[in-house]
Design a protein around this ligand. Sequence first.
Ligand SMILES: [Cu+2]
Length: 71
Amino acid sequence: MTNKTLQLEGMTCPTCVLRIEKLLKKTKGVGESEVLYNSGRVKLALDEDLVSVDDISAAIEQLGYKVVSVK
Ligand SMILES: [Cu+2]
């Protein structure tokens, strides 16, 4: 598992957090994850054999948020 932190833009209410959490839960290869509303960050562990951070970023952007950086 690799740990990544994504900085997002566009989370405007707690429902945004729920939407992103739901997406991460159903994504194969994502382990523990945490969506931090106040800082606009998503912290997650992923298995890069199953999913890439680019795939996850793209899926989050499909929901209407912008991924401004990945660390
Ligand atoms: Cu919202």
